[in-house]
Design a protein around this ligand. Structure first.
Ligand code: C5P
Length: 326
């Protein structure tokens, strides 16, 4: 009888389609410097339904390949999504040898260099996707620990929803969802802001206000938990949340980029629940109680500013992080 020792050890080629939501900052306070050169932050982060779509496939080339429908995005290791795949290959070399390389296809819907964590959420999706394809069985906290090595927003992007983020932004305390609220986002096509530039500019101008001692940092961090914004979130009080939005980086970006300041004023004039720049900008969002209201606000601001370079998106807040689409 012929031997049955024919079992092919090549794993089947698997493919996952993932949804990678953008985030906005309901709150961003810069507390001080960290020994690693980053900043101690207190943030409240919020996922929105505006999302990129990623297809992650294993191939048998022992290479990572990345394709993206956005012409400005690099397809090499300067892309955070590529580096996420590279990190997984380095962390699990035997499994990488067994399964072969990874094909990543990104359908970019989130604006780039916009303060919406578009790059971080793509990287988060790559970590989640490879965990599935390689059947690693890593837990969400384990994936978040890996993500933190690549970027401060990646751990949040993995779990998503509404959360307090402290430290570099990687220490997360989840809050209840705010799925009933909507945002209008607006960004000039021709404007992009480098996050390192924004933080550097803040350090130069406000470095002398930084809290230096550990106790001081701890108490500022503790304040957010018992503060009015968290209370408004717990009560799902959109009007109160809107009034308490805050972003320290506006202090350096608004004076430098007048279009962003003008957008902020235009949204405020429409009487929305609240308006704020997201992250390091230049996207400005306006919080609204309904989709209908968001449509009206978009229309009003679009007419007020009348610039064809100004793009708008309407999106619902979501409690979801990275999701498998199929
Ligand atoms: O972590 P990530 O690569 O997204 O951060 C981008 C840049 O933002 C960093 O290079 C740093 O200049 C700045 N940053 C910071 N402190 C943080 C997070 C980001 O200074 N906690």
């Amino acid at each position: 009888m012929e031997s049955l020792n024919w079992v092919d050890s090549t794993p089947e080629m698997k493919s996952y389609s993932l949804i990678a939501p953008a985030k906005i900052n309901l709150y961003l306070e810069i507390i001080g410097d960290r020994p690693d050169g980053f900043h101690e932050l207190v943030m409240i982060l919020q996922s929105i339904e505006l999302a990129d779509r990623l297809q992650i496939k294993s191939n048998n080339t022992q290479k990572i390949s990345l394709h993206c429908n956005h012409p400005q995005l690099p397809a090499d290791r300067t892309n955070l999504a590529y580096r996420a795949a590279q990190l997984m290959c380095e962390e699990f070399p035997d499994i990488y040898d067994n399964y072969g390389g990874i094909d990543i296809t990104i359908e970019k819907n989130i604006p780039v260099a916009a303060g919406l964590a578009g790059g971080s959420t793509d990287a988060a999706a790559v970590l989640v996707g490879i965990n599935l394809i390689w059947e690693l069985g890593l837990t969400q906290p384990e994936l978040q620990e890996l993500g933190a090595k690549l970027g401060s927003d990646i751990p949040f992007c993995i779990s998503g929803g509404t959360a307090i983020a402290t430290g570099k932004g990687e220490q997360l305390d989840p809050l209840n969802d705010l799925d009933h609220l909507w945002v209008v986002l607006a960004k000039y096509n021709n404007l992009g802001i480098s996050t390192p530039w924004a933080y550097q500019a803040y350090r130069q101008q406000f470095g002398d206000t930084y809290v230096l001692d550990k106790e001081g940092i701890k108490s500022r961090t503790a304040q957010i938990h018992s503060g009015p914004l968290v209370s408004a979130i717990i009560h799902k009080d959109g009007a109160a949340i809107g009034k308490l939005l805050h972003n320290d980086l506006e202090k350096v970006v608004l004076p430098e980029i007048p279009q962003v300041a003008q957008l902020r004023r235009a949204f405020a004039e429409t009487g929305v629940l609240g308006t704020m720049m997201s992250g390091s900008g230049p996207t400005v969002f306006a919080l609204c109680e309904s989709e209908v209201r968001a449509q009206q606000v978009k229309q009003e601001v679009s007419e007020m500013i009348g610039d064809p370079e100004l793009n708008f998106w309407i999106s619902k807040l979501t409690s979801a992080g990275i999701q498998v689409a199929s």
